[in-house]
Design a protein around this ligand. Structure first.
Ligand SMILES: Cc1cc2nc3c(=O)[nH]c(=O)nc-3n(C[C@H](O)[C@H](O)[C@H](O)COP(=O)(O)OP(=O)(O)OC[C@H]3O[C@@H](n4cnc5c(N)ncnc54)[C@H](O)[C@@H]3O)c2cc1C
Length: 426
């Protein structure tokens, strides 16, 4: 039988939103369990580097610890039912029982297919950053940073600091939209953008420029770029290419939570989902940046602990931050030309070897899954599902357990739970 853990409030995700939610709820006197798949808290932006916790995450960790939060790292929530979560860890499976559940599972990068996008050394922008934080040697490597959004500049600055030769930052949005987005940034964000630009001084930044293809024999050798009518190739060792973020809403979907049009978990003013006793904070509910993430975490923590009055000073600030991020993201929306890049022979689902041409004829995601097996491999459609939504406007809302790759032993132990299927997707 799986080991059991219980708390009044269980928080899934130890990033800014989850840390803030756990600390706030515990400060209201609740027994709180905070878990994350990573061994140390921090999430994406405050990700531990080479096993060392970052200063920002350490500040929140201390606050959470002082309030009595129980931290459980190295645990992936792979399935959920009312009142229970199944957690896989290196040594086995645990079942965590909850009265209130706060989902703070963050977001992942939106990767869009173009010819060659699955070649070795073609990574997501944040993906390459995470690999370097985990120890990948990038010194003196030639890196092209491309795609869209504020993450590009942050990644370029980080890679350069780590000794990479960043050749170019290519932002797909037109120059006019980038300038308008910058003009509408709140002063603190504008300062941050300016600092990042200084940190990448000397690296060309081209707006209205995008990757048409990645080429190489065994691995990436060069990237074909386009800007207006101009097309050219650039030799490089790594391509760091991402088109913004998409929410990790699968746990919420499993539990029946309604979604927003942008595939985030829909929440009300107090971060409560459409399902009673389930709350959601941070980017799992919508992409809005780190400040909005931890503020929404505090709101969720207080509200889940039954202390809504404590959220009053936080609501307006969270709303302002969310609105400013939404304005920015609208300006940087992926251009229509990106839909035409993938050829019939371009991979859509690399787990199950399904091409764009094989999936395209179907009317929706469900039919394409049934007929081609796209989205049924190890990543359960986390990459190709978001790409299919962008390419063909398909609704991707059919998460099923396990939501992350899990050991057969975990499935067997979780089998008695009514919501867990032991069907093997091979
Ligand atoms: C790859 C990547 C890199 C980024 N880099 C930057 C950057 O350099 N600068 C910047 O300003 N912003 C960056 N961002 C955006 C930034 O991460 C967010 O604004 C902010 O971290 C959101 O906080 P959060 O708590 O909502 O989510 P996150 O910080 O993403 O935290 C969510 C946590 O939940 C965990 N989790 C998810 N699902 C499960 C599960 N089923 N079981 C257990 N644990 C789970 C994740 O591992 C993660 O630790 C990045 C985002 C991504 C995806």
């Amino acid at each position: 039988m799986p080991v059991k853990a219980a708390a009044q409030i269980v928080v899934v995700g130890g990033g800014p939103a989850g840390l803030a939610a756990a600390a706030s709820a515990a400060e209201c006197g609740k027994r709180v369990l905070l878990l994350d798949e990573n061994p140390l808290p921090g999430g994406q932006i405050w990700r531990a580097k080479n096993g060392t916790i970052t200063a920002e995450a350490e500040g929140w960790r201390q606050r959470a610890q002082a309030a009595g939060v129980e931290w459980r790292g190295g645990r992936q929530a792979v399935a959920a039912a009312t009142g229970q979560l199944w957690l896989e860890h290196a040594g086995g499976v645990e079942v965590a029982a909850w009265e209130e559940l706060i989902l703070a599972t963050g977001a992942r990068e939106l990767l869009l297919p173009f010819p060659g996008w699955t070649l070795p050394n073609c990574c997501g922008a944040g993906g390459l950053q995470a690999l370097v934080k985990a120890g990948l040697e990038i010194r003196d490597k030639r890196v092209l940073v491309a795609g869209s959004g504020p993450l590009l500049m942050a990644v370029a600055a980080f890679l350069r600091q780590q000794g990479a030769r960043v050749l170019l930052i290519a932002e797909q949005a037109p120059a006019g939209q980038v300038a308008a987005a910058a003009l509408h940034l709140p002063p603190a964000k504008l300062r941050q953008a300016w600092q990042l630009r200084r940190a990448t001084r000397g690296v060309p930044f081209l707006a209205g420029c995008w990757v048409e293809a990645a080429e190489g024999r065994q691995q990436l050798e060069r990237v074909r770029l386009r800007r207006g009518v101009r097309r050219w190739s650039l030799e490089c060792d790594y391509l760091a290419c991402g088109f913004g973020l998409t929410p990790n809403s699968e746990l919420g979907q499993l539990l029946g939570c309604a979604l927003t049009a942008e595939a985030g978990i829909a929440v009300n003013r107090w971060q409560q989902t459409s399902v009673e006793h389930i709350w959601c904070a941070g980017e799992a509910a919508g992409i809005a940046g780190v400040e909005a993430a931890w503020r929404s975490g505090e709101i969720a923590g207080y509200a889940a602990a039954g202390r809504q009055e404590r959220t009053a000073p936080l609501l307006a600030r969270r709303d302002r931050e969310q609105q400013s991020s939404q304005r920015l993201l609208r300006r940087l929306a992926p251009r229509a030309e990106l839909r035409a890049l993938a050829q019939d022979t371009t991979w859509l689902c690399r787990c199950e070897d399904v091409t764009v041409g094989e999936a395209r004829p179907y009317a929706n995601w469900r039919e394409a899954k049934l007929q081609t097996r796209c989205g049924m491999g190890a990543c359960q459609g986390r990459i190709c599902g978001a790409a299919a939504r962008f390419l063909w406007g398909w609704q991707i809302n059919a998460a099923r357990p396990p939501i992350l790759p899990a050991r057969v032993g975990t499935l067997a132990q979780a089998a008695p739970a009514p919501s867990i299927s032991t069907e093997v997707t091979v």
